[in-house]
Design a binder for this molecule. Sequence first.
Ligand code: ADP
Ligand code: MG
Length: 461
Amino acid sequence: MVDPNANNLNEIQAQWATVRGRIRQKIGDAQFKSWIKVISLQDFIDSKVILSVPSNFVRTRIIEQYLDIIKSYWLVQNLKINDIEIVVSKVSKSKDTEISYEKKSITAQNKDSKQEDIFSSISSDLDSRFTFSNFIVGKPNELAFAAARRVAESVDVPFNPLFLYGGVGLGKTHLMHAIAHEIKERKPLRRVIYMSAEKFMYYFIKALRFKNTVAFKEQFRNVDVLMIDDVQFISGKDSTQEEFFHTFNALIDQNKQLIISADKSPQDLEGIEERMRSRLGWGLVADIHPLTYELRLGILQAKEERLSSRISPNILEFLAHKITSNVRELEGALNRLSAFSSLVGRDINLDMVQDLLKDLLKSSQRKVNIEEIQKKVSQHFNVKMSDMSSARRSRTIARPRQIAMYLSKNLTSRSLPEIGRRFGNRDHTTVIHAVKKVEELRSKDNSFDEDVQLLIRMLES
Ligand code: ADP
Ligand code: MG
């Protein structure tokens, strides 16, 4: 298996070759030749793979029929892949035409066709699976969900802007896409634009360069709802912030519904001007909290039902316990298991899970530090925290101290001398001695071993 952290284009290329091979095995040569062979790897940016195909027709077919398996096979190779985008290659193969294409597009920009640029790229940005009905609601996200629904269902502008924030992979983008889908369904004539902040900035800076920000703003005149995702990426870019602020104000003044997402609250956004910050907080600010166990399990159950991938309830519970960081990692884990189970054609057991998800389970394990270990151990054995570094050598104190050293060695990445230092400036040989002693006792004495296991479990959960 390829290193899951790998992300340079060569490695991505190698992974793509493997993915293609697997798909070929699965769907057979004929299908492979018609649909998969024509796909080429175009780029890899920000954990997103970009594949290109020769026509829109092929693109649609691939998205409908093959994108999911491409994704799941790829995830088996590399969990860092967040998304796969299929684009239609515009440029023809010969270098000459490539250049003239470039030239043409620049002259076009100097005139007034930039509208086309922005608006043509929008609907392709929407993920059809990110709907309200696919969104599982629980305590941590109920406010954000309710606010999103409200905006999608209202004819007027209930609050402006709606500011959604929360950590990575907690569903901000999902909710924004859901709003867009819902509005499309209910009020097809309302014009909705969804854009990443980066894309917004990109067009915006282009407009600045060609000195037509007026035209840029003009484009939003007949937009009813504008969504800008991950606005933290705008912060810091001083020269453009000012203009952005004006555009933003103008839109609100024209009663356009704005929906903004970020990884932090307006107050905590860094590198953003004060008045911008306060204006962002004017409407409704709704945050998504870290997910609870119940919500994680709920999401896994819903996804598993859709995948129908024969993953048993106890494994879902195990994942919900172990993978606490965000939904993206949960999904990644589930996709990987389901891809594996369909590849090998049998059910998954817990051993296989541990093995398949080794990297994920490790990274989501809580990191403990020496101080926490000392605290837990002294509480457990009812000794003073200060005795962890004192010179006292009676067994009732020395033994817990040795256990704490042992745990520090095994649960943290600290070196032996560093551990010694943290236990009252002891020598690293003392730490080695403690580790050996505890290992020996664990193998001989059952109740001692249980004590240590219990401590480990408490420290890691
Ligand atoms: P963010 O934009 O906050 O980083 P995303 O919206 O991209 O996160 O969500 C990451 C993944 O998790 C997406 O595939 C999304 O569908 C899924 N997801 C997040 N929250 C939920 C939820 N409450 N119910 C179902 N899927 C969710
Ligand atoms: Mg997002």
